[in-house]
Design a protein around this ligand. Sequence first.
Ligand code: NAD
Length: 314
Amino acid sequence: MRRKKVVVTGGAGFIGSNLSAELCKENEVTIVDDFSTGKESNIKGIIGFGGARLIRRSVTDLEAMKEAFKSTDFVFHQAAIPSVPRSVSDPIKTNDAGITGTLKVLVAARECGVEKVVFASSSSVYGETEMLPKREDMECRPMSPYAVSKLAGEHYCRVFTELYGLKTVALRYFNVYGPMQDPKSEYAAVIPRFIDCAFRGEAFPIYGDGLQSRDFTYVKDVVRANLLAAESKATGVYNIGSGKRTTVIELAKAISEVLGCEMRIAHLSPRSGDVRDSWADISKAKRDWGFEPAYSLKEGIAETVEWFRRQDGL
Ligand SMILES: NC(=O)c1ccc[n+]([C@@H]2O[C@H](COP(=O)([O-])OP(=O)(O)OC[C@H]3O[C@@H](n4cnc5c(N)ncnc54)[C@H](O)[C@@H]3O)[C@@H](O)[C@H]2O)c1
């Protein structure tokens, strides 16, 4: 993508800041973020002269979104409160950002004549499925308020395409990891948490037996998927994953190997709202717009570990 005007909502977050940094290379980028989970440090290298413009507003502020989206070609809508356990403890906040926020982004995008909205959805929309890998045509049974908010966002996208002709595409991300992901938050994702534990010489905390599986996807593959999805003619829903399945125990082993440290595990009780298995069938994105993950789990972990080392000055 070149010489386009783009907005990244949630651009100060983990995925949004990686996406904004890539887009900044050849496009005019505006980041919209209310910093509820995002961080200034994620975007300090790209804000300001010659870089991105920052608008500190919530996506639920419709007038601010209409202002932000003026003459915009593409909106990459990443803003959300992105955590299953957080949504279990505060479903209203999840609903406000995820459903009301998405609706307002779509209303503003339509009014401003935006060419396409790319919506960050989630593999959590599927819930437990009888079959693996998960395919886009399977029935969705969300198991948490977070997953409900993502499925509602997808439906709003579809309805805005069908009713008003606003092009939209929803990307169901599967367990994304990489640089800029916060290891310290109470709701930290498993890979940054394990890397942090390894640096401190602590045991890896595992909820349940550790045989639950996930499709871990490196953030640079997710960034590329966003660009391909925006530029393609496709609308609708697409899985974005590595197409490979890894148990949490296997993950712990892979991180220990990359770091050359001993693997120690602390078993905790299973968490409510978590699905047992998650694995993406990515053939639809491959077929429709040539998406192919470029990073193996070990390569992605190695780059992520390097980034964590640089942050900690190790
Ligand atoms: N990380 C993953 O594995 C994963 C998996 C599936 C889907 N997703 C989705 O991808 C998107 C990005 O997730 P992330 O992991 O980078 O999380 P993140 O918390 O790092 O980023 C979310 C960003 O959205 C901002 N935000 C939240 N509410 C907002 C609001 N009302 N107005 C403006 N900004 C707001 C936050 O401040 C933050 O910067 C989210 O929509 C998330 O649901 C992430």
